[in-house]
Design a binder for this molecule. Structure first.
Ligand code: GRF
Length: 209
């Protein structure tokens, strides 16, 4: 059962919004075969559905708001400390709309993944689906990557493609990407935690244990 999992199988998930990616992870952890325990869910803001989803699942939550600290660097130190309290082996940014900074990465570089709704290196940043539509690409998708100091630039764990429909809006395209993104996230986080992984330059190999 997940309660008996070693701390090496604990993850902390950080969210900023609806938390449908988080929900997919929560649902997966209901099966003991999945082998992952969500030790806590953190957010950079109050009043979001992502936190409600965690609370409904009985998962501890915390909020660490940039506005509550004198500087962004102070926030980054505090965020790393809140996460560290749960001793996760992996930190999952699932729709977390803040860039983590140098202090966070000093503790969790190589152990933090983020999901992005575009095929990196195309369309980094906050508006991946809209930017893909504006450019006129026919195929876009999602990317899971190991977080580094850049904006959606880290070594790629996995990518999945999604075709753009002629009548897509940024919203319809993003919703279709999110269906694929949730499955990719659940699959990759499960395998990374259960089987281990190695990051060698820009190459991520899952199942390296
Ligand atoms: C995802 O598409 C993620 O890649 C992007 O924001 C979305 C979050 O969705 N950064 P949700 O909060 O998990 O529903």
């Amino acid at each position: 059962m997940s309660a008996a999992l070693s701390s090496g199988r604990h993850v902390v998930v950080l969210v900023s919004g609806a938390g449908t990616n988080l929900q997919a992870l929560i649902d997966a952890t209901n099966s003991s075969d999945y082998g992952v325990r969500i030790a806590a869910v953190g957010a950079d803001r109050h009043g979001i559905e992502g936190l409600d989803r965690a609370e409904r699942a009985g998962i501890p939550t915390f909020v660490c708001r940039v506005a509550d600290f004198p500087t962004r660097a102070d926030w980054d130190v505090a965020l790393a400390a809140r996460v560290a309290a749960y001793e996760p082996s992996l930190v999952v940014l699932a729709g977390f709309m803040k860039l983590v900074g140098a202090n966070f990465l000093a503790a969790y570089a190589g152990r933090t993944v983020n999901t992005h709704p575009a095929l990196s290196p195309s369309f980094p940043g906050m508006h991946g689906p809209a930017d893909a539509l504006t450019y006129g690409v026919k195929v876009t998708g999602c990317t899971l990557f190991v977080v580094d100091g850049g904006v959606d630039t880290g070594p790629i764990v996995d990518q999945q493609a999604v075709r753009v429909a002629p009548d897509d809006t940024p919203e319809t395209l993003h919703e279709r990407i999110k269906v694929v993104e949730r499955a990719m996230l659940v699959d990759c986080v499960g395998r990374m935690v259960r089987e281990g992984y190695a990051v060698d330059g820009r190459t991520v190999r899952v199942g390296a244990r």
